[in-house]
Design a protein around this ligand. Structure first.
Ligand SMILES: [Zn+2]
Length: 64
């Protein structure tokens, strides 16, 4: 009998990341969105979403 792996051991540490700007998960290694954009043409999350997650410009807020 082999010892069953836990989920944490089986899964790679970062197989997906979350983009707050576009409210969607993506694969940083393949550079692909894991979620398709919604059908709402007025959706602020999807309207400006680029083809590749790497093209997303991360807005860094620096409030002083
Ligand atoms: Zn949307």
């Amino acid at each position: 009998m082999t010892t069953p792996r836990t989920r944490q051991e089986a899964a790679p540490p970062y197989d997906k990341e979350y983009c707050e700007t576009h409210d969607a998960y993506f694969d940083p290694l393949k550079d692909e969105w894991l979620e398709s954009a919604c059908d709402d043409p007025n959706c602020e999350y999807c309207v400006d979403r680029p083809e590749r997650p790497s093209l997303v410009v991360k807005i860094q807020q620096s409030e002083t």
